[in-house]
Design a protein around this ligand. Sequence first.
Ligand code: ADP
Ligand code: MG
Length: 244
Amino acid sequence: QKQVFRISTGSANLDKLLGGGVESMSITQVFGESGAGKTQIAHTLCVTAQIPTNGYPGGKVMFIDTEHTFRPERIRHVARRFSLNEKSVLENVLYARAYNSEHQYELLKKFVGGKFHEEVGMFRLLIVDSIISLFRVDFLGRGELVSRQQKLGQMMSLLQKISEEYNVAVLITNQMTSDFRTFPLLNMDENGKPVGGNILAHSSTTRVSLKKVAGNVRIAKMLDSPDQEETEEAFLITTGGIRD
Ligand code: ADP
Ligand code: MG
């Protein structure tokens, strides 16, 4: 019997919003404008996922980076905050850079089927930052929207399967349409909403929206959750990662 666990985000407020942290055997989607703190949350979780707590043994992390924003130096800073060995914390983060949407899918399949198969049980967190940026580049035209959504749906199914089969927490980040000014055509009727339409929304168990307030203050709002209220909480982005 698999025991569902929750990984702390480093912020007690955000944990409270999430009902204790990012939940295993499900997909948590964090979305917001550029600079909202999506990647900072992901970096912080790379470290907190390795810290054992009551009933949670801690484990390794896989980080799929599509925007080239992963920074080992950030992981080191967060590790220092928690008085952990920086080198071993970094060694427990399996990093993969995805270059296109197909590659992103292949990386996930390789993760469960390839040379990591034996090890996969040691992983407790899988991050895809961001889930959709490469799809938006690969499926540019309006005529390609249907196939984009289809491929996106496949990827979400695979993520859901991984989360349940191996009891891992899956964290995906998603952009707002205004993030992506390079392709105005695609933004015309989607301005200011999370990207990816119904498929991305419905295939995430939990969705949290982030907003910049001032300086390093951010507000997180719970949008869809099977068991949490739709409330708001504040958190900070600091050198040591996110916190209250
Ligand atoms: P998103 O992924 O949502 O676009 P990020 O997670 O990259 O946004 O967050 C960017 C914010 O994090 C910026 O406001 C930046 O100032 C802040 N930030 C980045 N690195 C640090 C750091 N080392 N210390 C404090 N704040 C940082
Ligand atoms: Mg980011």
